[in-house]
Design a protein around this ligand. Structure first.
Ligand SMILES: Nc1ncnc2c1ncn2[C@@H]1O[C@H](COP(=O)(O)OP(=O)(O)OP(=O)(O)O)[C@@H](O)[C@H]1O
Length: 231
């Protein structure tokens, strides 16, 4: 198992947000973490990255315990996050940003340009001159240059035009073939189902539903219950 999360609890001060979250993920698989606003999806991926310190429970990456380690250490063990809101360097160019994100491994700047040709075309543009979609590609490119075994994506489609969401879907779906494991927090159900093999739905800081993506897609009652749409 690439990722095994057991009985994870975490929160902010006295406010507990995760109440015993369990999740497993095989190598090269993608899981979509779905649920209504405020149920704890961001807190969950932040806990995996060490950005929020778990109060109890276990997070194992290929058997190695991550809970309690700091973010830098977790990153060195092969986890990268593409944060909600992208947070690209506004004053650095695309090329500069990718250059400083490089680390030895399979992913090179050229390979990032290959999967995101739009970035190659913008390589001399600064972060603050990019569209939302280009900023998202840059944020993903940076994360890939860290050669992650586990990639955490927090609402990558947020604020993107439908055409860009489609492009993103193709790239993210293609990443699975590279052997990377992906945890995708996403409000856009269509994108989530295109990218993910499996779906887990969170309610009040716990995963209460799990299914193959195809099964969830056909389960109108579950979609209505956990996302409050469709039915
Ligand atoms: N830094 C923080 N300090 C205090 N409370 C926080 C912080 N971040 C999130 N929370 C609270 O934790 C709860 C879960 O938030 P979280 O962002 O994990 O949910 P989410 O499922 O990702 O929601 P959304 O889809 O709206 O991003 C919410 O009640 C939120 O207000």
């Amino acid at each position: 198992m690439m990722l095994t999360v057991q009985n994870l609890t975490a929160g902010y001060g006295t406010a507990q947000v995760l109440h015993g979250a369990d999740l497993t993920l095989d190598q090269g698989r993608a899981v979509a973490v779905l649920g209504r606003n405020g149920v704890g999806k961001t807190t969950f991926v932040h806990a995996l990255m060490g950005l929020v310190r778990p109060s109890s429970g276990s997070i194992r990456l290929a058997g190695r315990e991550l809970s309690g380690l700091d973010t830098r250490r977790i990153a060195r063990l092969g986890v990268r996050i593409v944060p909600q809101g992208r947070r690209v360097f506004r004053s650095l160019t695309v090329a500069e940003t990718l250059e400083i994100s490089r680390s030895p491994g399979e992913w090179t700047v050229e390979r990032v340009y290959q999967i995101f040709p739009a970035l190659a075309a913008r390589r001399r543009h600064r972060g603050d001159q990019l569209s939302g979609g280009e900023q998202e590609m840059l944020a993903i490119g940076r994360a890939l240059l860290g050669n992650p075994r586990l990639l955490l994506l927090d609402e990558p489609s947020e604020g993107l035009a439908p055409r860009l969401v489609e492009e993103l879907g193709v790239v993210l779906a293609g990443l699975r073939a590279t052997g990377i494991s992906v945890v995708l927090v996403e409000q856009n159900l269509r994108l989530a189902l295109e990218v993910a093999d499996e779906v887990r739905c969170m309610v009040k800081g716990r995963f209460v539903y799990g299914a193959a993506a195809g099964e969830f897609a056909g389960d109108g009652a579950a979609i209505a219950a956990y996302l409050g749409v469709g039915s």
